[in-house]
Design a binder for this molecule. Structure first.
Ligand SMILES: Cc1cc2nc3c(=O)[nH]c(=O)nc-3n(C[C@H](O)[C@H](O)[C@H](O)COP(=O)(O)OP(=O)(O)OC[C@H]3O[C@@H](n4cnc5c(N)ncnc54)[C@H](O)[C@@H]3O)c2cc1C
Length: 662
């Protein structure tokens, strides 16, 4: 076009977006203004440009007016650039000859004043018209997509995603950093709202993962490097030494029995320290893989090189124990990635007023999940650290949630699991249970019914944020008790409720290493640290990195049904990519003008994607278009002006700026 003598014939389409844009911007005035701009042949207003009739307008005009450039002024290109490129292509034009500008998020939604908004919309459209005239037709590259997937995290999200993919015939690598898969759900006895046994629904799935011919389970391992791009990721996984060969261990547990430590002595992480384990251990009886692990920090032989090694003797001919085992690095090649790394619970020592860590009989909800679990440290009996059964228990909701001093968000599952724990504690111990809540949040199938059931079971429900938990008695009946001080907002009085045991319903937080993991996979996090989806409504499992999806509580607090639904959605998205077999790459990549390149290497060091290399023969920089993400770093830095970027040429950028400023 410009520069090649062709005369611009531009169509401009301004969207009302219902009243989203038209409620603030005087769209008809913008269209009138556009009609007089250089090269504009037709300009139109439409209620919803993204609708089929709106797109048909563009397609028809391309034919009727012989248009060779299109400008669409509507919502964010993030939402609909693709829609208008497709419509342009269907009208018979190269899809990169359309320019989409945002007069909703950038204009109507952020301006109070209609005159200001209309003036700004005109300026943006002016810039777009001047810029589009310089745009050139581009052809996207197509790259093949490998038929294999990596799933990171083996909680219920990772398990569900892996099984869905494997059932569809894809090769899946499931990487879990703990010695077993199962995540948080493996710690629960019952799940709300149905109170069905967590192990009964989870362990068959865990076993299915282990037995599935299409799943390679890699436990006690973490991803340490990710290279490549959608369809062709190269991943390095570091497997920690278990000091036990997984293929030889049959899970007979005789080595645990034979360990020189006759009694378990070290805090059992799976029971959150409520029980003890030996240096050779299995996290829980149904662990998958069902093999033991030797802890190098507590094993006498691994620490001091001195031990009778009775475990080795007990293992006998199976020879599964190997103290010389070293960390191993596995290299995988996959087409798609699903991140399912879950959450961590809030550390209640950050809210000292509730006495966690100070009073032994203050517990977290996760600790209680283990206490009420029939395979937990007390066999499901509610026995406190002092060896007694509680007669009165207080459950404090929203610990570390909906609190400006800690986390402002609602953790979504705490009201429901607190009701579940109230039921289980009462069932197991006969204790009288008090739930202290700010608001009771029970949206979900069967959830409100569960709340009503609990209310009928006689659980005391007190509305009010607890001020403190103290052991300082004011009355004789408070002697030797923990006292919960709360303003009961239903009756408007401050109450002191003496109890034997306090349970803190701790909220959900992003994993402590979420930022490192997101950098590794080149995705974004929200300000709170949850992995960020591409769009909260329209692309809830996609990320801004093509081929990388998120599932489960790593993206935000979720219950199990929502987690499983999201994991299956992520698997479906990954499947769609793999089944298509190839993917089109955005052509807005950097290019080198070999004549101008001085071979200074500056761009090579700056490229965050490792997309630029040096051609020793020609002594110039070379861009790998598949790896280039079009970030523009090299183009801005090149001292000889040899690098330019498709869709961001100097002509395009400067014309747009000029149009906006005129
Ligand atoms: C006390 C409590 C009780 C609850 N009770 C219920 C209930 O009754 N019903 C219900 O519907 N929901 C309940 N929930 C919510 C439920 O726990 C979550 O919905 C569910 O665990 C989310 O599953 P997930 O797989 O996304 O995450 P997780 O269960 O956290 O699993 C994540 C997995 O990823 C692994 N991982 C993390 N980082 C990495 C890494 N970098 N590399 C490799 N692996 C990694 C972890 O080790 C873990 O195995 C409860 C939550 C709590 C806190």
């Amino acid at each position: 076009m410009k520069g090649n003598g062709e005369v611009p014939r531009i169509g401009v389409y301004v969207c009302d977006c219902g009243t989203n844009i038209a409620g603030k911007v005087r769209v008809a005035e913008v269209v009138e203004f556009a009609r007089d701009l250089p090269g504009v042949v037709v300009a139109r207003e439409y209620k919803y440009m993204c609708s089929d009739p709106g797109q048909d307008l563009i397609k028809r005009d391309i034919q009727e007016y012989n248009l060779n450039r299109i400008v669409v002024a509507s919502c964010s290109p993030l939402l609909h650039e693709h829609t208008f490129r497709k419509a342009t292509a269907e009208g018979g034009l190269n899809p990169y000859l359309v320019h989409h500008v945002n007069i909703r998020e950038d204009v109507s939604w952020v301006h109070e004043d209609s005159d200001e908004a209309t003036r700004k919309a005109k300026a943006i459209v002016h810039g777009a018209v001047l810029r589009v005239a310089w745009q050139k037709p581009l052809e996207p590259q197509s790259v093949p997509v490998r038929d294999s997937a990596l799933v990171v995290g083996g909680g219920i999200a990772g398990i569900s995603a892996a099984l869905t993919l494997a059932e569809a015939g894809k090769q899946v690598y499931l990487v879990e950093r703990e010695p077993t898969i199962g995540g948080h759900m493996a710690k629960f006895d019952k799940t709300f709202p149905t109170l069905d046994c967590a192990a009964c629904i989870l362990t068959p799935k865990m076993t299915a993962v282990k037995d599935h011919p299409n799943i390679t389970l890699i436990t006690y391992a973490e991803v340490e490097e990710v290279d490549g791009y959608v369809g062709n990721f190269k991943v390095k996984v570091r497997k920690k030494p278990r000091y036990v060969h997984e293929d030889r261990c049959v899970g007979c547990l005789e080595c645990i029995e034979a360990c020189v430590f006759k009694e378990p002595r070290f805090p059992n992480e799976f029971d959150l320290g409520l029980s003890k384990r030996k240096p050779v251990y299995i996290p829980f009886p149904q662990a998958v893989p069902p093999v033991v692990t030797i802890d190098p920090d507590t094993c006498l032989y691994l620490r001091f090189g001195k031990c009778k090694k009775t475990c080795v003797e007990a293992c006998g001919d199976r020879n599964a124990i190997d103290f010389d085992m070293k960390p191993e690095t596995l290299e995988l090649e996959v087409g798609t990635i699903i991140l399912a790394t879950g959450f961590k619970t809030f550390d209640p020592t950050r809210t000292p007023k509730y006495g966690y860590g100070r009073f032994p009989e203050v517990y977290t909800s996760l600790e209680i999940e283990r206490l009420v679990n029939s395979s937990g440290p007390t066999g499901g009996e509610v026995v406190m650290r002092n060896g007694q059964k509680p007669k009165r228990v207080g459950i404090i909701h929203c610990v570390g949630s909906r609190d400006k001093n800690t986390n402002p968000w609602c953790s979504k599952v705490c009201c429901m699991y607190s009701l579940k724990l109230a039921h289980l504690i009462h069932e197991r111990s006969g204790a009288e249970v008090y739930n202290f809540y700010i608001d009771m949040r029970t949206p979900g199938k069967g959830y409100e019914e569960f709340y009503n059931r609990l209310a009928k079971e006689g659980v005391h429900l007190i509305r009010g944020r607890v001020a403190e938990v103290t052991d300082a008695p004011l009355h004789p009946e408070e002697e030797g008790k923990l006292i919960i001080r709360v303003e009961d907002t239903n009756i408007g009085v401050v109450r002191r409720i003496p109890v034997d045991m306090v349970v803190l319903a701790v909220g959900l937080e992003p994993q402590p290493d979420a930022d490192e993991v997101r950098r590794l996979f080149n995705i974004s996090c929200s300000t709170e640290g949850w992995f960020l989806e591409r769009h909260p409504k329209l692309a809830p499992v996609e990320t801004f990195t093509d081929g990388v999806f998120v599932a489960g509580a790593c993206q935000g607090p979720k219950d199990i049904p929502e987690t499983v639904a999201q994991a299956q959605a992520a698997a479906a998205n990954a499947l769609a990519l793999m089944d298509k077999g190839s993917v089109e790459m955005e052509p807005n990549v950097a290019r080198v003008n070999e004549e101008l390149c001085s071979g200074c290497h500056i761009c090579i060091g700056l490229c965050p994607y490792g997309a630029i290399s040096f051609n020793e023969e020609k002594k110039v920089a070379e861009v790998n278009e598949v790896l280039c993400k079009g970030c523009g770093t090299c183009t801005a830095a090149c001292p000889s002006g040899a690098l330019s970027q498709n869709l961001f040429s100097d002509h395009e950028v400067f014309s747009e700026i000029m149009g906006v400023l005129l």
